[in-house]
Write a protein that binds this ligand. Structure first.
Ligand SMILES: Nc1ncnc2c1ncn2[C@@H]1O[C@H](COP(=O)(O)OP(=O)(O)OP(=O)(O)O)[C@@H](O)[C@H]1O
Ligand SMILES: [Mg+2]
Length: 224
């Protein structure tokens, strides 16, 4: 699928842009072939430094996660990667949770489905690690949850020995905690006091990874 798509064709062939590139973010194109629509996350439009470092790295990480998660309901299918720089994936018809109307209530069944989806990804040995960012979770027009943006994910296999295995377990927990964060915003009455307390204690690995990521973002912003 999308086998003939080339990087330099994207600007002409696209149906639209979900997002224009910034200094540190890739372009998100929508393309269509034989009636199938796809989203392309494309670092080829970024500056050479970002493109060839973080860009290639993120595409490689994300591709690996999508391969492991193939067939999980709620994870878009990955069609292909173009030249190591652009990831072509199934378009999820829906809206990301950041774009939902302020104060819009989500239902208990939605959260149950999200919990099941996260658990299934964990069973496949992948922790997302960035689920607390609401743009990474979508509500499909079918009312079901979908998860995108697997570039920061880690695989259980890479973290199988202590102390990495301990860090991995914290990441699994942090993924699950994202549900509490979302519930606090969209269904607060369903969050018991105990869960609120648990949520307010941020794990050390999460703080470390966030600090590293923020540092890298600042670094790229300063040199680009
Ligand atoms: N497969 C998809 N189907 C539909 N929409 C998508 C898809 N992938 C991404 N999007 C939309 O594009 C937005 C950004 O995608 P993504 O999070 O993968 O990019 P990003 O570069 O990590 O951006 P950010 O840093 O803002 O999270 C998502 O919040 C979602 O609204
Ligand atoms: Mg994202």
């Amino acid at each position: 699928m999308f086998d003939s798509l080339k990087l330099h064709d994207l600007a002409q062939k696209q149906l639209g842009t979900l997002r224009r590139p910034s200094r540190i973010k890739p372009t998100l194109w929508v393309v269509q072939e034989n009636g199938v629509r796809a989203v392309v996350k494309d670092f080829s439009t970024n500056g050479a430094l970002l493109r060839n470092t973080a860009g290639r790295f993120v595409v490689w990480r994300e591709k690996r996660a999508y391969q492991k998660l193939r067939g999980v309901r709620g994870v878009p299918e990955m069609y292909r990667v173009i030249d190591g720089l652009a990831l072509v994936m199934e378009e999820v018809p829906g809206r990301n949770l950041r774009d939902l109307d302020e104060g819009m209530e989500l239902t208990e069944p939605f959260f149950e489905a999200l919990k099941g989806l996260i658990e299934e990804c964990h069973r496949r040995g992948i922790a997302h690690c960035d689920l607390k960012r609401s743009p990474n979770i979508l509500m499909g027009y079918d009312g079901l949850p979908y998860i995108v943006d697997w570039g920061a994910s880690i695989a259980e296999k890479e973290f199988s020995f202590f102390p990495l295995s301990w860090i991995y377990r914290r990441f699994l927990l942090d993924d699950s905690m994202a549900i509490i964060k979302l519930k606090l915003r969209h269904l607060p009455q369903s969050v018991p006091e105990e869960a609120r307390l648990q949520y307010s204690r941020r794990s050390i690995p999460e703080r470390i990874i966030r600090a590293i990521r923020n540092g890298l973002q600042k670094f790229f912003k300063s040199i680009l």
